[in-house]
Design a protein around this ligand. Structure first.
Ligand code: NAX
Length: 333
């Protein structure tokens, strides 16, 4: 790593950023020795709020922070950026159609992708969080032709963490002992949380597959999947605000693993450019199980796909293809 890294966060005055920024400057994302220059991008109407956030960053007195820039200018924000976490997006407002939402966000992510293309460090890693995250990521990636496709990803780690926790609760084990759950597809209610190949450490050196521990196929194929798919909505219904601290934790997990690598044998879920693996056509941002080494992810190959799983993959694939077609039609890309 270089002496100092430029880390851009968009939507910096928002809810998720309010947790995320502090995870980053504590050292949870890039390690305890990595100096960070924070670049905080938001809309003009939120610059005053951002001033308050910056005061709090200063008041934390974390030594890793070497500079803080607040800006509304995308070109300034992404200049020499090493990492970009794109959290800001147009939220769905009352009465807004899904297609209106896709259109508004496609425009935002096209501009940001182009600014990344023109101004960022060519090795930048970009994580898209703002929804619809997969399709926004695709648009940013397509708008940044000079940056390798592998440098773009979208967040499905929150869904992954939710799946791990649900399994730990059901099995009565600590979440650290649950491994290799998978989120396939879109970060939406069509995602497919899949634990067929996951395992639990039952005692020192002894593993058992998740289906063997839980022994309840109806729950694994029914309530478990729908709980994870609908967890975001359940949090909103209870808290009256959307997931923020857990989203920030998931972003931190995603970026830390992308930069520092995954433990031997461990899969994590990431929305990445599809390459034909598992019959998912190239040209989509699809969540797959991946392993990561030296800053590069590899899609885990050779996992069995049964009839149930194929049906689930087809549902989320169809939704992503529709989103892509619609978003591209607005942009004439
Ligand atoms: P907030 O509404 O609290 O904050 C969003 C911030 O983004 C605001 O400050 C807004 O001014 C800013 N913004 C909007 N358009 C912008 C633009 N063009 N450039 C720069 N800043 C812009 O939302 P928050 O709760 O922080 O959520 C942010 C996004 O994350 C939403 O799109 C949300 O749906 C998405 N999520 C995605 C998750 C995932 O797993 N992929 C999970 C959590 C979250 O729901």
């Amino acid at each position: 790593m270089s002496d100092e890294i430029n880390v851009v966060i968009t939507g910096a005055a928002g809810q998720i950023a309010y947790s995320l920024i502090f995870n980053i400057i504590k050292g949870d994302m890039f390690g305890l020795d990595q100096k960070i220059r924070l670049v905080l991008l938001d809309l003009p109407a939120f610059m005053e709020n951002l001033k308050g956030v910056i005061m709090e960053i200063e008041d934390c007195a974390y030594p890793l922070v070497t500079g803080i820039i607040a800006t509304t200018d995308v070109n300034e924000a992404f200049t020499n950026a090493h990492y970009a976490i794109l959290v800001g997006a147009m939220p769905r407002k009352e009465g807004m159609e899904r297609s209106d939402l896709l259109k508004a966000n496609a425009a935002i992510f096209k501009v940001q992708g182009k600014a990344i293309n023109d101004h960022a460090n060519k090795n930048i890693k970009v994580l898209v969080v703002g929804n619809p995250a997969n399709t926004n990521c695709l648009i940013a990636m397509l708008s940044a032709g000079n940056i390798p496709k592998e440098n773009f990803s979208c967040l499905t780690r929150l869904d992954h963490n939710r799946a791990k926790s649900q399994i730990a609760l059901k099995a009565g084990v600590n979440v650290k002992d649950v491994h290799n759950v998978i989120i396939w597809g879109n970060h939406s209610t069509t995602q497919y949380p899949d634990v067929r190949c996951g395992y639990v450490n039952v005692s020192a050196g002894v593993k058992s597959t998740i289906p063997n521990i839980i022994k309840n196929e109806a729950w694994l194929q029914g309530e478990f999947i729908s709980t994870v798919q609908k967890r975001g909505g359940a949090v909103i219904a209870a808290r009256k605000f959307s997931s923020a601290a857990s989203a920030a934790k998931a972003i931190t997990d995603h970026m830390r693993d992308w930069v520092l690598g995954t433990p031997e044998g461990e899969y994590v879920s990431m929305g990445v450019h599809s390459d034909g693996s598992y019959g998912i056509p190239a040209g989509l941002i699809f969540s797959f199980p991946v392993t990561i080494k030296s800053g590069k992810y590899t899609i885990v190959q050779g996992l069995p796909i049964d009839t149930f799983s194929r049906e689930k993959l087809d549902i989320t694939l169809k939704e992503l293809q529709e989103e892509k077609d619609l978003a591209l039609s607005f942009l004439e890309m």
